[in-house]
Design a protein around this ligand. Structure first.
Ligand SMILES: [Zn+2]
Ligand SMILES: [Zn+2]
Length: 261
């Protein structure tokens, strides 16, 4: 986590104090100083929690965007003030509809009441989104490892932790399997690489060469026998054996069948 310097923390606190002073004057009541933490990660600049009266700020964005970021402090503190002075803007707040019946308050955290408070704090155009440079704040996505079963249809995608477990267990038939594709049925799972970077299946694996049918093998044998009348029986059988990829016994049978054909 990026360390938030004492100087930046001082500016965050100063902004909150500035807003507290304005709010206390306007609403004629006191506002506590909120708990401020710097745990937010990712591309979210900050969040505010009514229940714990806490503002959580993104330390990476805070350190990189400096003065611009102070607007987030204002934004989040406005949420806390809004939650106190306009509790109906929160989930579960009780309000009355036009017939005098009680109803649940509609959740509208960036609604008119929040915008009013933002203007009170001196923000001209309150927007709900921030526009900081967030490129460095992106949380690194952990790599996902792909394992595939023997039949090729069972597939599990594992996090680093589970992947390391699988490395130890897969060869012994334990580990993670997709439903119905157990090592007993499909053979042990093999590692295919990191998800998204897996090499596509080779063309020949997708369209395997069909095995020559018996009839075409015979046609082959017939052609070999007819085309080479000068060759001996042994040489013809050897030729058939190589051309059709069969045993000597098989080639011999085809040789005689070819002679008869
Ligand atoms: Zn907000
Ligand atoms: Zn399988």
């Amino acid at each position: 986590m990026t360390r938030v310097t004492r100087e930046i923390k001082g500016r965050v606190n100063a902004e909150i104090n500035r807003c507290i002073a304005i709010a206390e004057k306007h609403y004629d009541r006191s506002f506590k100083f909120p708990t401020v933490v710097y745990k937010k990660r990712g591309t979210t600049a900050g969040t505010a929690c009514d229940l714990t009266y806490t503002i959580d700020l993104n330390s990476v964005l805070l350190m990189e965007n400096g003065d611009d970021f102070i607007g987030t402090v204002t934004h989040e503190f406005a949420h806390l003030v809004d939650g106190i002075v306009n509790p109906h803007t929160r989930d579960g707040g009780i309000r009355y509809d036009r017939f005098g019946r009680t109803c649940r308050g509609k959740r509208s955290v960036h609604g008119p009441s929040w915008k009013r408070i933002m203007r009170l704090f001196g923000v001209r155009n309150p927007t709900r989104c921030h526009s900081y440079n967030v490129s460095n704040a992106r949380v690194k996505r952990s790599r996902k490892h792909v394992w595939v079963c023997g039949c090729g249809n069972g597939r599990v995608v594992l996090t680093n932790l589970k992947h390391n477990r699988q490395l130890r267990l897969a060869s012994s038939g334990y580990g993670m399997y997709s439903r119905g594709h157990t090592p007993r049925r499909c053979g042990v799972y093999t590692y295919k690489g990191i998800e998204g970077t897996a090499t596509p299946k080779p063309f020949r694996d997708r369209y395997p060469t069909p095995k020559p049918k018996t009839s075409t093998k015979l046609a082959h044998a017939v052609k070999i026998v007819r085309d080479n009348p000068e060759l001996s029986r042994v040489k013809l059988i050897a030729l058939i054996q190589v051309a059709c990829g069969m045993s000597t016994a098989g080639a011999t049978t085809y040789y005689y069948n070819a002679k008869k054909a």
